[in-house]
Design a protein around this ligand. Structure first.
Ligand code: ZN
Length: 309
């Protein structure tokens, strides 16, 4: 038995399999990513608490001798066990190692892969379509997000994707639409671009904000940053039914059709959100970078085809 295995046995540490499963679930609860294991990371204590580890188990140090370099490396046995679990998950392609994630995000993090994400949903007995609702990061989706962010808007941008006429939904198009969602909500800082509402569930897994297409999918609108807006559920619905749109200066314009609605429509407590459109100078809260602004031609299309002026 190796020195490390003996230490694990002597200190009655959890098995690697148990730590692997816990680590996968912890990744899910932290939005798909955790930083590399060290004393300063809450994740290290969080998983230790799941196993009710005592102070001795958390702090016992493993000494490894690097003969070639003639030096001794001291690592807490618990961190080593976490690392071993991460490494085993990476070999099974359920997570990416910090060295690999670094190239994508510039951060040393362990990240779920799509396969790892499926496995967590299986452990937790959640249906697979949760992936379309939760903004959990996976390596494959983040690669998509990166490519959406890095695209430069072509001078003759066309917001329509005629290829969508073929209705086959491929694995890639599913990743693309999750990438679209992640990219849009993060570029608008998880807020509605009309009212500014920012709200997440207490476990921080679900966000109220939605990624809306300006030109909808059914009209062959593209899944890219220029054809998207982050909207709260109320403003998403109101935008999709044409109760408001934007002019070319991103000023919100309210539909005259809302005038024919009864007075008690659109009231939230004693505030009329329909009146708010009409009375105030309400502008779209734009992303920080001009390259990420919504496309005027796409907005124009919405004004002409959806908005009831
Ligand atoms: Zn809103």
């Amino acid at each position: 038995m190796s020195y490390e295995s003996k230490m694990l046995q002597d200190y009655n540490m959890p098995t690697r399999g148990e730590v692997e499963q816990n680590l996968l679930i912890a990744l899910f609860k932290h939005g798909g990513v955790v930083r590399d294991f060290s004393h300063n990371e809450t994740i290290v204590d969080e998983i230790a608490d799941n196993f009710n580890l005592n102070e001795e188990q958390k702090n016992v140090v493993l000494e490894r001798i690097y003969k070639k370099e003639n030096r001794i490396v001291r690592t807490p046995l618990w961190h080593r066990l976490l690392y071993r679990a991460g490494d085993a998950l990476a070999k099974e392609k359920l997570v990416t190692r910090p060295t690999k994630t670094l190239k994508l995000t510039n951060k040393r993090e362990w990240m779920l892969t799509e396969q790892g994400y499926d496995k967590v949903l299986e452990f937790l007995n959640f249906p697979l379509d949760y992936k379309d609702k939760l903004p959990i990061k996976s390596f494959e989706v983040q690669k998509m997000v990166k490519s959406i962010f890095e695209q430069l808007k072509p001078s003759e941008y066309n917001p329509f994707d005629k290829r969508k006429k073929t209705k086959t939904i491929t694995k890639k198009s599913k990743l693309r639409s999750r990438g679209f969602r992640q990219a849009i909500i993060s570029v608008y800082d998880y807020r509605c671009c009309v009212c500014g509402l920012k709200l997440c569930s207490p476990d921080r897994l679900q966000w109220e904000v939605q990624a809306a297409h300006i030109i909808p999918h059914r009209n062959f609108g593209k899944d890219d940053i220029w054809n998207g807006l982050a909207l709260c559920q109320l403003h998403h619905w109101t935008f999709d039914v044409g109760l408001f749109s934007f002019n070319d200066n991103f000023k919100l314009i309210s539909s005259l059709k809302s005038e024919i609605l009864e007075n008690d429509h659109g009231m939230i407590f004693d505030f009329s959100f329909l009146d708010h459109f009409k009375s105030s100078n309400c502008f779209l809260r734009l992303p920080k970078i001009i390259n990420h602004y919504p496309d005027i031609a796409a907005i124009n299309w919405h004004r002409e085809n959806v908005y009831s002026g």
